[in-house]
Design a protein around this ligand. Structure first.
Ligand SMILES: Nc1nc2c(ncn2[C@@H]2O[C@H](COP(=O)(O)OP(=O)(O)OP(=O)(O)O)[C@@H](O)[C@H]2O)c(=O)[nH]1
Ligand SMILES: [Mg+2]
Ligand SMILES: [Zn+2]
Length: 344
């Protein structure tokens, strides 16, 4: 069995399931560490005592993400090589434009979904983030920042409360103010791992600095609009004084969810429940009479539900399915053309 310093690894978020998985790698090859940051193809590891660079072995199935647990070895040239990726408890991921899965962060307990109450405010996007957290089995907490900058902060916060499931906690912070740590204390217990997700400029790095004492760059916001400048360029893990780990991430420009229909259903649970009261058992909640969903659910939320459902159905198709579908369309189009020609 691998010999490891449990006390030091706890400091960087070692949990029981991960300790058990580390113990299973009993062949004595490699020492455990956590991925503290990822820069293109190079990694920074942390073992609870020190941080140092490493490179992933080309034979790894997937490039480790920040938060992953790995086993490392000396590469024989004075460097460190990561040969084993310990199976994570959960992974936050997204799909690239080509359908490939990109791992964003692993072994996370809580996702702080950060949204600013200024121009960044967007309930549909928040619903999308909530669905991804749900799909990855990560507990979401909505964090609303920049309330100090706008006159209608209370009104917007109330809209959030009215729109998302009551079970999801919503916390309002000023990311620069020290009391942010107190407001988020329920999720900052020792050994907890949190990830901050949200658009560029909403205050993720500012909040990371406030919670951990880190000195990460934070951005000014471009004049004219409220969009950030993409100040943060890599995902990185930081330690809080009370023992939690916080992963800061760059703002996501687009987030194609790595989710399926079931995840959408789970994130919009009340729609499934209400559907039992629709007049038609196969009601699509679009135009049918006697639809209980349309009666109860915010119309914009329902539109977003349908949109996300379409998206995941599309993403679920493998590239081969897509090719088959495209050629089917081509055939139909050709037939259609032939028919209109025949008519004319
Ligand atoms: N007044 C006020 N300013 C804030 C708040 N949160 C963040 N800011 C400011 O907003 C700007 C952007 O904050 P960052 O922390 O860099 O944003 P980010 O989410 O890390 O952005 P990216 O790294 O680009 O993804 C900085 O100038 C912060 O000082 C807040 O709650 N109130
Ligand atoms: Mg940042
Ligand atoms: Zn219906």
């Amino acid at each position: 069995m691998i010999d490891f310093n449990v006390a030091a690894l706890r400091r960087i978020g070692l949990t029981h399931p991960i300790a058990a998985r580390l113990a299973e790698h009993g062949d004595g090859h490699g020492l455990p560490a956590r991925v503290a940051s990822v820069h293109r193809a190079s990694l920074v590891l942390h073992d609870g005592q020190r941080e140092w660079p490493a490179r992933p072995h080309p034979g790894l199935d997937a490039l480790p993400a920040v938060g992953d647990w790995v086993l490392y070895e000396d590469d024989g040239h004075g460097g460190t090589c990561v040969r084993t990726l310990v199976e994570p408890v959960n992974v936050l991921a997204r799909r690239g434009a080509d359908g490939t899965r990109q791992r964003l962060a692993a072994n996370v307990d809580t996702a702080l979904l950060v949204m600013a109450l200024d121009g960044d405010f967007n309930l549909r996007r928040l619903e999308r983030y909530l669905m991804v957290a749900r799909a990855s089995d990560v507990a979401p907490v909505v964090v609303l920042t920049k309330g100090d900058l706008v006159p209608d902060a209370d009104d917007k916060a109330a809209q959030v409360g009215a729109r998302i499931p009551v079970a999801v906690p919503v916390v309002r912070v000023q990311a620069t103010a020290p009391d942010a740590a107190g407001l988020l204390a329920p999720w900052l217990g020792a050994g907890q791992t949190l990830v901050l997700l949200g658009m560029s400029g909403v205050g993720k790095s500012t909040l990371t600095n406030t919670l951990t004492g880190a000195l990460q760059d934070t951005g000014g916001v471009r004049g004219g609009d409220d969009r950030g400048r993409h100040t943060t360029t890599a995902r990185s893990l930081h330690l809080c004084p009370d023992g939690a780990c916080v992963i800061d991430t760059p703002g996501l420009r687009s987030w194609q969810p790595d989710a399926d229909e079931e995840d959408v259903g789970a994130a919009f649970e009340e729609i499934g429940t209400l559907a039992a009261r629709c007049r038609f058992h196969d009601c699509t909640h679009t135009s049918e009479p006697g639809c209980a969903v349309r009666e109860e659910v915010d119309p914009d939320r329902l539109r977003n539900f349908h949109k996300l459902l379409r998206e995941v159905r599309h993403a679920e198709q493998t590239p081969l399915d897509r090719i088959a579908e495209r050629s089917k369309w081509k055939v139909l189009k050709r037939e259609f053309k032939a028919r209109t020609k025949a008519k004319g």
